[in-house]
Each structure stands twice: as structure tokens, then as C-alpha cells.
Design a protein around this ligand. Structure first.
Ligand SMILES: CC(C)(COP(=O)(O)OP(=O)(O)OC[C@H]1O[C@@H](n2cnc3c(N)ncnc32)[C@H](O)[C@@H]1OP(=O)(O)O)[C@@H](O)C(=O)NCCC(=O)NCCS
Length: 186
């Protein structure tokens, strides 16, 4: 199965397809429809992900054009009092809307989507990544732990929300690699 992962652009048909996919997945996974307080980023994808330079939204398509996965990444724009000392809009990115069609799970697609989002965040100079998830979602905590996230706060609320973060590790390797060339000559 060939899968193409693309950055979402300002194309109204593509945006509408992504919104339909997200609301379909939300209904399937969480059992509810559009909730204005929670879903402003979905109804305003341009404002939240597409237009700001340090934000992005990635979509995985089958060859048929069908959407099978999504992930959004944007500068931290929450104001949770417990995290004021930890995260800021300048240094922290945040992950949203990771969904993989259930027919395509456990094939590494979410890992690939996250890798692309993390590379993007690194490229635009964020230092860490924040997300929150819920212990009720099958495999979510395991998945994020495998991606290198640690629990920052287990809120023990009704929705079993867990806040997690990950430092972006940056290794600057000198592309000239002059020592290596010298060693080979010897
Ligand atoms: C969670 C989710 C994104 C994982 O997508 P995926 O493409 O199946 O994930 P991957 O194949 O990249 O999994 C990577 C690793 O995460 C862990 N993992 C993923 N799903 C898991 C599950 N259901 N149970 C236990 N571990 C799981 C495993 O360690 C897995 O590696 P392995 O398959 O070699 O054992 C997907 O199940 C999903 O869309 N769920 C509904 C929405 C959701 O929960 N979103 C994320 C929470 S915010």
C-alpha cells in the first residue's frame, strides 16, 4: 500500500476532506460530535496550522486520495497555570490531532507522522514538545512513551488526562567531516 504524507496547504477541498476525516475519527474514538470549546483548531485549520510559519499540519493519503492519518503541530498556545514555568510559545511546540485509520494501525504510520512533525519543530527552533492525551485511549500512553515523551502531570480528572512532554534532542554534525576524510586517507 503506497502512502504519501503531505503538508496541508490552503486548498479548500483538501481542508474540507481533513475536517471530515477528523470529525469522523473523533466520533469513532470519543463518541461525540463538534464541541465549540474543544474544536476551534479544526474549524479554523488555516489560522491554527497552515498560516503561521512555525505551525504545520501533515496528512497521509492512500493513492486513491483517501486520508488515513493526520497530525498537527503548533506553538504552545495554552495557559495552563501549572505549566507557566515550563512551556512558552517561543520554545514549546504542541502536538494535536494524531489519528490513524484503524485499518492501518501498528504499521508504524503514527511513528512516521510524529517523526515528520518533530523534524519540523526542530527545524523551526522549538526546544520541546507538549501534548496531552487520555489514559482511556487504547495504546496512546504506550505510543507516546515509545516516542520519547514523559508524563509531566497526571491530572486524575474525569477524562483521565495526562500531560506529557519531550525535549527535542539536537545533534549538530559538521557536514565537512574533515577529520573523517583525513582518517580515510591514512
Ligand atoms: C495511538 C495511534 C495514533 C497509534 O497509531 P499507529 O500507527 O498504530 O502507531 P505505530 O504503529 O506507529 O505504533 C508505534 C508503537 O506505539 C505503541 N502502540 C501503538 N498502538 C498501541 C496499542 N494499541 N497498544 C499498545 N501499544 C501501542 C507500540 O509500542 C508500537 O510499536 P509496535 O507496533 O512495534 O509494538 C492510533 O492507535 C490511533 O489513531 N488511535 C486513536 C486516536 C489516538 O489515540 N490518538 C493519539 C492520542 S492523542
Amino acid at each position: 500500500m503506497n502512502v504519501v504524507i503531505k503538508e496541508l496547504g490552503n486548498d479548500s477541498k483538501e481542508i474540507k476532506d481533513v475536517q471530515d476525516f477528523l470529525f469522523k475519527m473523533i466520533k469513532k474514538e470519543f463518541g461525540y460530535d463538534y464541541v465549540p470549546e474543544w474544536h476551534q483548531d479544526i474549524v479554523n485549520l488555516e489560522e491554527y496550522y497552515i498560516n503561521p510559519q512555525r505551525n504545520n499540519f501533515f496528512v497521509a493519503y492512500l493513492e486513491t486520495g483517501e486520508i488515513i492519518a493526520t497530525i498537527g503541530i503548533r506553538a504552545y498556545d495554552k495557559d495552563f497555570p501549572e505549566f507557566r514555568h515550563l512551556y512558552s510559545r517561543d520554545t514549546t511546540s504542541s502536538i494535536w490531532r494524531l489519528f490513524v485509520d484503524e485499518r492501518c494501525r501498528r504499521c508504524g504510520l503514527a511513528s512516521k507522522m510524529f517523526q515528520i512533525a518533530e523534524n519540523f519543530a526542530n527545524g523551526v527552533e522549538f526546544k520541546n514538545i507538549y501534548l496531552h492525551t487520555h489514559k482511556t485511549l487504547p495504546g496512546a500512553l504506550e505510543f507516546w512513551t515509545k516516542m520519547g515523551f514523559v508524563v509531566a502531570l497526571d491530572s486524575n480528572d474525569e477524562l483521565e488526562t495526562v500531560h506529557m512532554d519531550k525535549e527535542i534532542k539536537r545533534l549538530d554534525i559538521n557536514p565537512l567531516a574533515s577529520d573523517f576524510t583525513y582518517a580515510v586517507k591514512l
